[in-house]
Design a protein around this ligand. Structure first.
Ligand code: FEO
Length: 440
């Protein structure tokens, strides 16, 4: 251990200026110590997208919570380095991992030779590392739009940064490549923009088309496509859905430019399956439904669970062409519920009555789903109660206030559901399945 600490003391580090100072220094120095201990046997992995254009980001294998997004497969913060007559970095990483980004950059070029850092999006999972970049790249000018500059100023002390505000009319020549900018407000934040290199037909799309997926691969054709698309769908459902109108506008703009590669800020880079992800975005943003019935419930003593299963039975019996899914909301992550909700045409929401309210986790689900603004579903409320009746009525009001179509009055059960009540539930399941087929 003593020798290990000596190695720590002997390793150089970049100057640190941040309120994450202690954690950053620890991470960086332990990393450097590891390199020293192994006598540089560790090679940091970067990946070439095109000649002298490299991925230099960070793979966050073990993150499991991303501001409440359940990142069960981890995440990546993608950053890119373009070396031409001028040198540019596209986007940064989470502040905690800025040391890795700086190390990647230092392997490829002198830090003092970097001319530009582009900030496409000010959210801290990308902009958090900027404070370290701007402190360590003495000659770099930050390129961002006016809204982004305003947002960065609200997060960081940017008084010493050299900043050049850019607009879609500006073109920044790097030599043989040119940086073009497309403002994409609300995809994901007001200041968001894409950067495009026409000479490479390469689009840096920031959050759009991204996935929370940690892998040792960097490209879409190197990984199971169904998993990549499932994670892209989950990302869309949980992050992008409220801004679907803006996504449609952005897709119109993107359709006018030739694209050979889409390099998002999260997950795998699209180079082979671009039509598939663009078509998926058109479907998700356009509110296209799958013939799917989603049944969500919470239950105290199994009565509401029995009702949920009866709805499931009815929907399954109605048609083999309907995907029917049943989820206990206390056993299922909100992230997964939102992903399945995205394209479900019909929904059943059930809760026991607890203290004249719906069950607490069902309250979380309804709050979360309301914010995501899923539109135009056909839905029904159901649930059991003991001596005071409230849960299913609250869910019924929620369905109406959310603007969804109510299939019928809610189905209630005093304590255990009777045979007749279960038959009502089966019938509701059949009707939900029919509605899902009609909406397809
Ligand atoms: Fe990946 Fe909106 O930040």
């Amino acid at each position: 251990m003593h020798w290990f600490l000596l190695q720590l003391q002997n390793t150089a580090s970049f100057p640190i200026v941040t309120n994450e100072r202690i954690l950053f220094r620890f991470t960086f120095e332990v990393f450097n110590a590891t390199v020293a201990v192994s006598k540089l046997r560790i090679t940091l992995m970067t990946t070439e997208l095109a000649e002298n254009i490299d991925w230099v980001g960070y793979v966050d294998w073990n993150v499991r919570d991303f501001h409440s997004f359940d990142t069960s497969r981890g995440a990546t913060y993608n950053s890119y380095l373009i070396r031409d007559n001028k040198i540019a970095v596209i986007d940064s990483v989470k502040g905690l991992y800025a040391s890795r980004l700086l190390q990647h950059l230092a392997e490829k070029t002198e830090l003092a030779n970097i001319d530009y850092v582009v900030c496409n999006h000010a959210e801290p999972d990308h902009a958090g590392g900027l404070i370290h970049l701007m402190a360590n790249l003495p000659n770099a000018v930050l390129l961002c739009n006016a809204k982004c500059r305003e947002t960065l100023a609200a997060y960081f002390d940017i008084s010493n940064w050299k900043i050049q505000v850019v607009s879609p009319d500006d073109k920044i020549s790097l030599g043989s490549r040119t940086l073009n900018f497309v403002n994409t407000p609300m995809v994901h934040w007001p200041e968001s923009m894409f950067t495009y290199i026409p000479e490479e037909q390469l689009l840096f799309s920031m959050d759009a088309f991204g996935q929370h997926l940690a892998t040792s691969e960097r490209f879409d054709d190197q990984y199971d496509l169904a998993t990549v698309l499932a994670e892209a769908k989950s990302y869309y459902a949980n992050i992008v859905t409220p801004y679907s109108k803006q996504v449609l506008r952005t897709l119109e703009v993107a359709a006018k430019i030739p694209i050979k590669m889409i390099a998002p800020s999260h997950g795998l880079i699209w180079r082979t399956n671009i039509p598939k992800i663009v078509e998926a975005y058109q479907d998700w943003a356009g509110g296209k439904y799958a013939p799917k019935v989603l049944i969500l419930f919470d239950s105290m003593w199994d009565s509401t669970a029995q009702m949920a299963e009866a709805i499931l039975d009815g929907a399954v019996q109605e048609s083999d062409n309907v995907d029917v899914q049943l989820m206990h909301v206390r056993r299922t992550a909100l992230t997964r519920i939102a992903a399945e909700m995205l394209d479900a045409a019909a929904v059943a929401l059930g809760s026991s009555t607890l203290n004249l309210q719906i069950m607490p986790q069902m309250a979380s689900v309804t709050t979360y789903v309301r914010g995501l603004k899923f539109t135009s579903k056909t839905a029904i409320a159901f649930g059991s109660y003991g001596w005071a009746h409230a849960g299913s009525d609250q869910l019924d009001r929620w369905i109406e206030e959310t603007g969804w179509t109510r299939l019928s009055q809610p189905i209630d059960s005093k304590f255990r559901p009777t045979h007749d009540i279960l038959e009502k539930c089966r019938n509701a399941g059949r009707q939900l399945a029919q509605a899902a087929l009609e909406k397809k």
